[in-house]
Design a protein around this ligand. Structure first.
Ligand code: SAH
Length: 202
């Protein structure tokens, strides 16, 4: 077994069932999203530094959050915190379109180059403050936030599809939990999930 196959085995053992997600991990090798100095750790199940004091998320968390969103092939997704672009690539494999916003211009630019190199054609990205979402293309069927805030930014809830839109976000200060947020019209349900550790949404 090579290191990627070992990682996929770990994801399966930790409960990831969606075959398409596991397939996406093969289609988009994580090592292509990681800077040279830590590339050799690409298939460890851990977060890694990507520069600018930011990290690429742990593979299990990427797979887990993707699975929780119950993505359908016609979904349009908003992602806040492009970072390396790895989570974006995984989402792009399952959904129709992905829109992704990253605060740090340099990270946004290097993610753009990766999407081009990998021929990913269904991702639109921009540098900017993700707390404002991306109103132009809203509403989104799914929203994923990959940096932790105290509360879900109001703009993101507004941009979530009122007909069954689902969002997932790490919320909290010192102790963070993933929350699933489900919208039906004006009714917003917030469901607490597992404890996590993300860089802050600034
Ligand atoms: N999904 C990414 C995670 C990167 S870490 C990956 O796996 O590579 C979280 C990212 O959120 C960082 O790149 C950080 O710069 C970004 N971020 C933090 N606050 C933000 C904001 N207000 N708007 C957009 N991006 C933000």
């Amino acid at each position: 077994m090579n290191s990627l196959e070992k990682l996929i085995d770990i994801l399966k053992r930790e409960g990831i069932r969606n075959k398409k997600i596991l397939e996406a991990f093969k289609v988009f090798p994580r090592e292509l999203f990681i800077p040279g100095d830590v590339k050799s750790y690409a298939y460890e199940n851990s977060p890694l530094p990507i520069g600018h004091s930011q990290t690429i998320s742990q593979p299990f968390i990427v797979a887990y959050m993707t699975e929780k969103l119950k993505i359908e092939k016609n979904d349009r997704i908003l992602e806040i915190g492009t970072g390396s672009g790895f989570q974006t690539a995984i989402l792009s494999y399952l959904a129709k379109e992905v829109y992704t916003v990253e605060r740090i211009k340099e990270l946004s630019e290097s993610a753009k180059k990766r999407f081009e190199a990998l021929n990913i054609g269904n991702v639109k990205l921009k540098p900017g403050d993700g707390k404002e979402g991306w109103a132009e293309y809203s509403p989104y069927d799914k929203i994923i936030v990959t940096a932790a805030a105290k509360e879900m930014p109001e703009a993101l809830i507004k941009q979530l599809n009122p007909r069954g839109g689902i969002a997932i976000a790490p919320l909290g200060d010192y102790v963070q939990y993933l929350y699933l947020i489900k919208r039906n019209g004006d009714e917003i349900k917030k469901i607490r999930d597992i404890a996590v550790s993300f860089v802050p949404l600034i």
